[in-house]
Every structure is written in C-alpha cells, then in structure tokens.
Design a protein around this ligand. Structure first.
Ligand code: FNR
Length: 390
C-alpha cells in the first residue's frame, strides 16, 4: 500500500478545472465528518447559501476596446506586497482535513507570494508554520482566551516568529451551531467507531497520513473527546468587548485588522478602538445564520470607514471572478477559507497550489476580458448588482 503516488496526484489535480472540481475530489478523499466540518455552515446554512448566491448574481461590466496584453495581479496589503489580491484565511483543526495541515497551506502561499493566516485553533504551532515557510508572509488570527495570559503568550510568540499582521476575530463569542457536525457526531479528537472504521476502509490514504503524524496534538486540546462547540465555548471569552479590543491593540505592535465586521457602526467603533483595517466577513456563514452577506455589507462598511482604510473581504469566494466582484465592490483584498481547504483535502500542499493557481488564472482572464490591466482598475462602475448601491 503506497499512501501517496505523486504522479497520480499531480494528474488528478491537473484535471480539476475549477474549485468545484477540487471540492469533488476533496469529498471523495476525506472522511465525511471532516469534509462536512469544512463544507458546512451554521443553522440552516442560509447565510452560507445567500453569500454564494450574491456572487452568482452580479454582472461584471466589460470595457470594450480597452485591451491589455497582460494583467498585473499584484497588490499591496497591510504595508507589504502580495503577488495576488487574495490570501489564505485562518482555519482551525486543519490537520483533520489533511495530515500536512497548516504547513501545506503556508508553503503553498509562500510559493505563490501571498499571505497565510494561522488560526488560534491551528494544529501546527506558530513556530512550526514559520519554519515550514520562512520566506512566506505570515498573519496570525486571535480568538481571545478567557485566560488573558494565554492570549498574550500567543501574541508574543507570533511577533517573535515574524507574523506581521494580526486578525482579531470578533464574530465568535460562542461557537455557531453547526448542524452537520451534530448529525455526524463529530468530536475532537476523532473517536474510533464502526462508522469511522468503515470510512477508513474506503479512504486509506487519509487515515494512513493522519495516524502517522501524531494525532496526540489533537488529544492535547481536550482531555476527552469533545464536540467542537463545547471545545470553543470552554476556551474563549464570550464577553469579548471593545475594551478588550483596545487591550489587544495596546499589546500588539503590528498591523491589526478586526475580522467579522458587517455594519457601518461596528466599522467606526473598530477604527476608534485602534484597528488599522477591517475584515468584512460572516465567517463563511458558520457563525450567526441569517447574518448579512459580506459582499452586500461591503458598501456600508466602506462608506463608514472611508476610502483610505484597508478592507479585506471573505466568505463565499470560490474563484477569480468572485475576487473581481469583491474588488469592484470596494474591497482591497480577499481571503479564501474553504477554497483553500478543498485544495488541501484534494492533495495537500500541491492541492493548495492548484487552488491558488485556478483562482489566479480565472482572475487574470476575467480582468483581461473586462479591460482591467491592474487590480486598482477594478472598482465601482465595473459591476452591476441586483441589490443596487447600498
Ligand atoms: C474557519 N474560519 C475561521 N475563522 C477564524 O477567524 N478562526 C478560525 O479558527 C476559523 N476556523 C475555520 C475553520 C473552517 C473549517 C472554515 C471553513 C472556516 C473562517 C474563515 O477564516 C473565513 O472567514 C471563512 O472560511 C470565509 O468563508 P469561505 O471562504 O470559507 O466561504
């Protein structure tokens, strides 16, 4: 039994023409509970669905006879360059999706010249990710622990390991209700049951990788198997407030973005508390079901924050034309969560590289078809939306 045949994997990934193909490969190769943890969202998954529908409903306006021989996809965000106008969002428990986990994502991001964000719930340490891709650009995401010393320790380590930007996630005072996880009986660390054994027999590669790369890291998260909601709710502070944000600001010297802003008022308050930028995000629809669609919320946040504040958008981005839509709607930069994880599940680091490559290729051709030579050419007036200008 050979767990990974690189040639076959490369051929499989090369045949994926878009992110939806990668998602199909991912589903075949990953145990159901892990795939559903990624693919699913909160409640009835209304926000997740509406978030995708918003991207599908836009019309991008081509400018005819405005040809460009090439499109320059590079930009700058949080004080440094990025080869592409998108980066990798923070995701927890990533080694459950693929044994390489965060190091696969960080190496792929570094190779592409884009930022990689490590989550507080990451399954590789701050230092491991830095060592895996020393030349890569690193961002760190913070969930505020009940125990402030633990938060401080993470921030100091992130700073020492060269993470230049902090995303403070504010939409998770408690964990959203992920019904697929409940239905799948999903626990961390995974428990051996008849179901998981059967799953193992059809996905030997995933299990082989998982079991040979210390699953104890998961065990250390919790004394006994716990569902994700319980795990998150016992660790993080549900009383998180703007005063806490000010405290985080006072102890983090680098750039600070508040992740999970969806209204103009919260944008203003976040800036007043000392944020350098904002991440307009509904957490991929995984927290408050019926929360606003981030693409639609962008206009209000942009108006409140003003033209000079850097705004990053995430949630629902599955291709280059979605990146274009976000930039036309007023974002400076985009993060991909599931799109990255589908790539990771489909083929580790190589799969993430394929995901980035597919998004970049679609971005390039979309920009050229629209007559946009640079990322800054994309803006208002190049997209029509059914919701008009909000
Ligand atoms: C997330 N997200 C997330 N966000 C965060 O701030 N900390 C975290 O630990 C996680 N964990 C996490 C796990 C998984 C499996 C997913 C899919 C998402 C949210 C993430 O950063 C981002 O906001 C969304 O993924 C964006 O939506 P899309 O791109 O997945 O549609």
């Amino acid at each position: 039994f050979e767990p990974i045949n690189p040639d076959r994997r490369a051929a499989r990934l090369a045949r994926a023409a878009d992110l939806w193909d990668l998602r199909r490969i991912a589903r075949r190769r990953t145990p159901r509970a892990a795939f559903d943890y990624v693919d699913g969202a909160a409640g009835r998954e209304l926000t997740a669905r509406r978030t995708r529908e918003a991207f599908e409903s836009v019309e991008l306006l081509p400018r005819i006879l405005h040809g460009t021989a090439t499109a320059d996809l590079s930009t700058s965000i949080a004080g440094a360059p990025s080869a592409l106008p998108f980066g990798i969002a923070p995701t927890g428990f990533t080694r459950m999706m693929h044994a390489e986990g965060e190091t696969g994502g960080a190496r792929a991001a570094a190779a592409a010249g884009i930022p990689f964000t490590l989550s507080t719930m990451g399954t590789r340490s701050i230092e491991e990710v830095a060592e895996a891709a020393p030349d890569g650009r690193r961002w760190f995401q913070l969930y505020l622990w009940r125990d402030r010393e633990r938060s401080l320790d993470l921030l100091r380590r992130a700073q020492a390991a060269g993470y230049d930007t902090l995303l403070v996630t504010v939409d998770t005072p408690v964990a959203g209700q992920r019904l697929r996880d409940t239905r799948n009986g999903m626990v961390i660390p995974p428990r051996l049951t008849l179901g998981t054994v059967l799953d193992a027999s059809v996905r030997p590669e995933w299990w082989f990788n998982f079991l040979t790369t210390d699953p104890l890291k998961f065990a250390s998260l919790s004394a006994s198997s716990a569902d994700l909601g319980t795990l998150i709710n016992t660790m993080f502070d549900p009383t998180l407030s703007f005063a806490d944000l000010e405290w985080i600001r006072s102890v983090w010297p680098g750039r600070l973005f508040v992740k999970g802003v969806l209204t103009g008022e919260d944008a203003r308050k976040s800036m007043d508390a000392g944020a350098d930028g904002l991440v307009v995000s509904n957490h991929g629809g995984r927290q408050l079901d019926k929360a606003p669609v981030s693409l639609r919320a962008l206009a209000e946040v942009r108006t409140a924050a003003g033209p000079d504040v850097e705004i990053v958008l995430d949630s629902g981005v599955m291709g280059g034309s979605d990146v274009v839509a976000a930039l036309c709607a007023g974002a400076d930069f985009v993060l991909i969560g599931r799109a990255y994880l589908y790539g990771l599940m489909a083929g580790g680091q190589q799969g993430v590289e394929r995901a980035i490559e597919l998004i970049a290729a679609e971005l390039r051709v979309t920009m050229q078809l629209m007559g946009a030579a640079t990322v800054s050419d994309l803006g208002p007036g190049m997209m029509r939306t059914p919701w008009g200008a909000e």
